[in-house]
Design a protein around this ligand. Structure first.
Ligand code: PLP
Length: 401
């Protein structure tokens, strides 16, 4: 099994003739054909969670496919607006909405917000009253289950995302005249690969959410289920199928009695369309371990260190040598810089490149690029069959002051 198509392998091989340091390649043609069918249904309205990959060309591709945009900072908002996207197509979620940030969002024309605390509700209302405008508000809810799934977003552990049902109970919505409370938002899991498991989680949420909306005195017009749809990171992982998910979502929508169902997709939207090409520095044997020291590591791809899950990786050139198990290390002087265990040909040497796949989401902008002053990676996109150099590699002297 390979995560790298033959044309992509050829393209990356060509690029390695001019690049000497690690770089990313995003396949926008593949991305667009993946995204188009996602929006061709009337069950769920799709937003793109910009944090997954905020590159301009990626945002433009999501725009072409009919997605709207979920942003969580001034920087993400400005990046989306710079792509010519209207502020009416922006949703703001996130636990840290300062008064200043709220003012910036309102001044840019954003009118739809997921409120995650009582302060956020009050500050949104105050700022909207000052401008004499009305906002659409969804309240973010955090539920607790005894048998919830553990995951990076929290699962059954307590997180700063939203508030519990008990904490929302004291909200008096009539006090907030500038806010239209239109729905609830819930999102507490990540990288789920089973439709059944997802359907089960969503089903359990509907009764407490309906009860909360009733109790607060508004109609649950919009139910936002967040993200959490997974992609395979190894060949043994399962894969979600979109039509099956849509069937499950249609049932949830009906049982919630909601007019609209929303999701903000990050990983499932873009994850499979990014690749990271990384030069081998050397191979060495250390006690009983074969180690590959790589030019790039968690300075460009932090996720393996945070989740303990490697990105799949292949040798760029064809090799008929037998395989062995290697541990891959990046260039940082910390044992945290580990890109996982991989089975690769025995004859790997210092002229070789490895390509990591499934890096389209939670790749470069999630990483720690400045530590040890290595180069920042270049970024390329493939669009209409053509390669475009979007961002050049940067030396430390370009960013250190
Ligand atoms: C990150 C995020 C998402 C996207 O999550 P994925 O699992 O990558 O789809 C959706 N909604 C919110 C509020 C998020 O913070």
């Amino acid at each position: 099994m390979t995560f790298l198509s033959t044309p992509l392998r050829q393209t990356i091989t060509e690029l390695t003739k001019q690049e000497h340091t690690p770089f990313f390649v995003y396949d926008l043609d593949g991305l667009l054909s993946h995204l188009k069918p996602l929006t061709e249904q009337s069950v769920v309205k799709l937003w793109y969670a910009v944090k997954a990959n905020p590159l301009s060309n990626v945002i433009q591709t999501l725009d072409k496919a009919g997605f709207d945009f979920d942003v969580a900072s001034n920087g993400e908002l400005d990046q989306v607006l710079r792509q010519g996207i209207d502020a009416s197509r922006v949703l703001n979620t996130g636990p840290a909405k300062s008064k200043r940030q709220i003012q910036h969002f309102l001044s840019q024309g954003v009118r739809t917000f997921v409120a995650e605390s009582h302060n956020q509700v009050k500050w949104l209302n105050d700022a909207a009253e000052d401008l004499n405008i009305q906002l659409r508000i969804l309240l973010r809810v955090q539920l607790r289950w005894p048998e919830g799934e553990k995951n990076p977003l929290g699962g059954d552990s307590l997180t700063p995302f939203g508030l519990g049902v008990e904490q929302w109970h004291s909200l008096q919505i009539s006090k907030y005249q500038a806010l239209n409370f239109v729905g609830l938002h819930i999102f507490q899991w990540g990288n789920m690969l089973s439709t059944e498991k997802l359907a089960q989680l969503w089903t359990q949420m509907v009764p407490p959410l309906k009860a909360l909306a009733d109790n607060l005195g508004f109609k649950l017009d919009i139910l936002d289920l967040g993200g959490g749809l997974g992609i395979p990171y190894s060949e043994n992982d399962a894969q979600l199928t979109w039509p099956t998910l849509i069937d499950a979502l249609a049932q949830i929508k009906a049982s919630a009695g909601a007019t609209e169902l929303w999701m903000e997709l990050g990983r499932y939207a873009v994850g499979e369309f990014g690749h990271y090409a990384n030069p081998v520095v050397e191979q060495k044997q250390n006690y009983d371990e074969h180690q590959l020291i790589m030019s790039g590591g968690i300075n460009h791809l932090l996720r393996p260190a945070v989740t303990n899950q490697a990105f799949p990786c292949e040798l760029l050139r064809n090799s008929s040598a037998a395989s062995r198990s290697y541990v891959l290390h990046g260039p940082l002087c910390t044992a945290l810089d580990n890109l996982g265990y991989h089975t690769l040909p025995k004859d790997i040497h210092e002229q070789d490149w490895l390509v990591f796949s499934q890096c389209g989401a939670y790749g470069f902008t999630e990483s720690m690029p400045y530590f040890l002053c290595h180069e920042l990676p270049a970024e390329y996109v493939i669009e209409h069959g053509k390669i475009c150099h979007v961002r050049a590699m940067q030396h430390a002297s370009d960013y250190l002051r």
